[in-house]
Design a protein around this ligand. Structure first.
Ligand SMILES: *[C@@H]1O[C@H](CO)[C@@H](O)[C@H](O)[C@H]1NC(C)=O
Ligand SMILES: *[C@@H]1O[C@H](CO)[C@@H](O)[C@H](O)[C@H]1NC(C)=O
Length: 471
């Protein structure tokens, strides 16, 4: 197999090689576990964490893995929020420990062994119940026994999440009456809107159980529109990364392009190549942060899995460049540790290697089939549901300028013009309130995943919005 061709999921490779996997998998059933302790976390967890699988297709053996965190305030009345990560192909562990979730990794004391976790004081689970899911199949710990389950696209994928939610709620009927919200980052923002729309349609035709949906919130969300990427150019210019000349050349020669990813005009393509060269040198997800690799050295991974002794005896050789240790890298170490897999009740033999974000799902198995979510935003919001669209202003992947442009294209009235919003006595960003209960907010200093760097500010934003207060 050439290295550039899509790799079959390891599970399937193994199955094809006729190993003992099927005997392990044949006992598949929906299962959930209360987790009281996690490797790397000191003491018992101060909240209820449940993990489990929802069987999506008994025949094909498709199982979605989820992480459920109960609200620390009042679980029976606080909102229930289903959060989707980006990629596609990024595991719910991103939400759990690299975003607004209840954990954070301790970066400073990493010694090449098991990463340590601490409780996030600004977790949104302080005031809401949250479900994070490893979607689609092939992401995180979700798997199937059937190869075709690894291939999906926006519409089918969205129906899959809606089905997951219905099955999850039937297993957890005490959460049926909580106010329900969808939420997502990046590509998860695109799928959030498509799923919310699907839920509303399902409710309208009486699909059971009815979902008590109230609205959604999306962060640095993809739409599929040209502005997702074309806005990178003015934003990079505004941030001082490219020259005025290059900015002008791109604006002139790319004006007619439908898409900045596959430009037709040769001059446009040339200038965009120069532009992408500038972007490639920095961390375009969060421009003030160092650009580091998320992948642990292969030697470290081998030791993690096969030989704990060897790993412990040579931790330094497996620690990457000390200046480049990030929480994202630690997530890959943590999720691959056998103690972590055991504690989370991951079924043995189902995920050979855990990836925080799975490259194969992202690049080969998933088709981005819906060209634009903007009509779905319009249809959902104008039916009377609430929406918060927020944007970390230091993200060059899905910049604030593009987001504001599509938000404005909905043509809602401006009820409250742009003003600053505050947290801890400081300006935390800027907000515009549109008609139809649509709030737009920037998070000053935030990157692609705004709560990662600005956890306090994002918690304040979430708490106000979810409590129906103005920012
Ligand atoms: C987990 O804990 C909750 C709350 O205490 C309980 O209702 C539920 O039945 C438990 N689930 C399992 C699988 O033990
Ligand atoms: C906005 O939301 C409030 C509840 O927070 C609701 O009473 C009101 O009808 C909504 N307005 C619109 C235009 O949907």
């Amino acid at each position: 197999m050439s290295t550039s061709s899509p790799k079959l999921p390891l599970l399937l490779q193994a199955a094809l090689c006729q190993v003992l996997f099927f005997s392990l998998l044949s006992s598949s059933f929906s299962a959930s576990y209360n987790i009281t302790h996690l490797p790397g976390f000191d003491g018992p967890l101060p909240f209820r964490l449940e993990t489990g699988y929802v069987t999506m297709n008994e025949k094909s053996g498709a199982e979605l893995f989820y992480y459920f965190v109960e609200s620390e305030r009042n679980p029976s009345e606080d909102p229930l929020l289903l959060w989707l990560l980006g990629g596609p192909g990024c595991s719910g562990i991103n939400g759990l420990a690299l975003d607004m979730g209840p954990f954070r990794f301790k970066i400073d004391d990493f010694d090449g062994q098991l990463p340590n976790l601490y409780a996030n004081p600004f977790a949104w689970t302080k005031i809401s119940n949250m479900i994070f899911v490893d979607w689609p199949i092939g992401t995180g710990f979700s798997y199937s026994k059937t190869a075709k389950d690894y291939t999906t696209e926006d519409v089918e994928g969205t129906a899959f999440i809606y089905k997951f939610l219905r099955k999850w709620l039937l297993d957890h009927p005490n959460f049926l009456s909580n106010p329900f919200y969808m939420g997502g980052d990046s590509y998860g923002g695109k799928i959030t809107v498509l799923t919310a729309d699907k839920i509303v349609e399902g409710n309208e035709v009486g699909q059971k159980p009815l979902i008590n949906i109230k609205g959604y919130l999306v962060g640095n969300a993809a739409t599929g529109e040209k502005v997702d990427t074309s806005s990178q150019v003015p934003h990079a210019y505004g941030l001082g990364i490219i020259s005025k000349e290059l900015y002008k050349l791109i604006m002139t020669h790319c004006a007619g392009e439908e898409d900045f990813k596959r430009p037709q005009n040769v001059l446009c393509a040339t200038h965009l190549e120069t532009f992408n060269g500038f972007l490639a040198e920095i961390n375009s997800y969060s421009i003030l942060d160092p650009d580091c690799s998320d992948e642990p050295p292969t030697s470290a991974m081998r030791s993690l899995k096969e030989n704990q002794e060897e790993f412990i005896s040579s931790p330094l050789s497996s620690v990457p460049d000390i200046s480049c240790i990030t929480a994202a890298l630690l997530a890959n170490y943590w999720g691959n540790h056998h103690l972590v897999k055991e504690a989370l009740h991951v079924k043995e033999g189902t995920t050979e290697r855990f990836h925080r974000c799975d490259f194969n799902v992202n690049s080969y198995y998933y088709t981005r089939s819906v060209p634009s979510t903007v009509p779905y935003h319009y249809s959902f919001i104008t039916r009377g549901f609430r929406a918060l669209v927020y944007s970390g202003d230091h993200d060059l992947k899905i910049p604030i300028l593009g987001t504001l442009e599509w938000v404005k294209s909905l043509n809602f009235f401006v009820l409250e013009p742009r003003r600053s919003w505050h947290a801890g006595g400081q300006v935390a960003g800027y907000t515009i309130l549109f008609s139809n209960n649509l709030t737009f907010a920037t998070v000053k200093g935030g990157g692609h995943i705004a709560p990662d760097i600005m956890p306090f500010e994002c918690f304040v934003m979430f708490e106000r919005w979810i409590s129906h207060q103005s920012l």
